[in-house]
Design a protein around this ligand. Structure first.
Ligand code: SF4
Length: 208
């Protein structure tokens, strides 16, 4: 089966946008990933950036990451009309949600659940806030499975009755551009995905 080109799917939508920008509820995983996505999508959408990541541990790391997102939005000229909403943070919610999958490798079943947790809340709030679309910055990461992310997005779109904006932001040098923007804005670049399991795996790999 041919793989879907999600960048082309997104192009088909942006090509049809007229003068009035549709409302987009954009889930943000961190500042570096959000940088390119905001630079790109603010041209087409009226954006609310939603930071909802109860997967992140420990709490100090969460605080560091969310503060970087707020700083980035305050500093990037393209973000003058972007509104930021911070979701609830309780890491117990994540641990409960992925119970039994603690020992899964990164990229496996635990990560799909983690996408579901974050995108379900995004879809729900997108609907409540009257957004036309919802989406996530996560597809910029070369380490994340873009098929799984878009499949979870479509599932939540159906459940909540709000349109999923397909994406594969690493295409068109998106990931490279996010590294350039991270340097330009001196953004904190985390060295593990977010959960304690990915932190432990990273520490093991680097021999700490
Ligand atoms: S490795 Fe990343 S995507 Fe996977 S469960 Fe942990 S925080 Fe979520």
């Amino acid at each position: 089966m041919n793989k879907i080109n999600y960048q082309k799917e997104l192009d088909k939508i942006t090509e049809k946008i007229g003068e009035k920008k549709p409302k987009l509820f954009l889930h943000s995983c961190c500042a570096p990933c959000s940088s390119y996505v905001l630079e790109y999508l603010t041209k087409y959408f009226d954006i609310t950036l939603f930071y909802f990541n109860p997967n992140i541990s420990p709490e100090e790391e969460y605080i560091k990451r969310v503060n970087e997102v707020k700083r980035l939005v305050a500093e990037m000229p393209c973000c003058k009309d972007v509104k930021v909403i911070e979701g609830r943070y309780d890491s117990r919610e994540f641990f409960e949600y992925v119970k039994g999958l603690e020992n899964e490798r990164e990229g496996g079943a635990r990560c799909i659940k983690c996408f579901e947790l974050r995108l379900e809340e995004t879809a729900k709030l997108a609907k409540e806030n009257g957004a036309d679309y919802f989406c996530t910055t996560l597809t910029i990461s070369p380490l994340k499975n873009v098929e799984n992310l878009n499949a979870v997005g479509r599932k939540m779109a159906e459940k909540y009755g709000v349109k999923w904006l397909p994406s594969d932001f690493k295409k068109r040098e998106g990931y490279k551009r996010s590294i350039e923007l991270s340097a330009e804005y001196n953004l904190f670049r985390q060295n593990y995905c977010g959960c304690i399991f990915s932190k432990n795996a990273q520490m093991y790999k680097s021999g700490e």
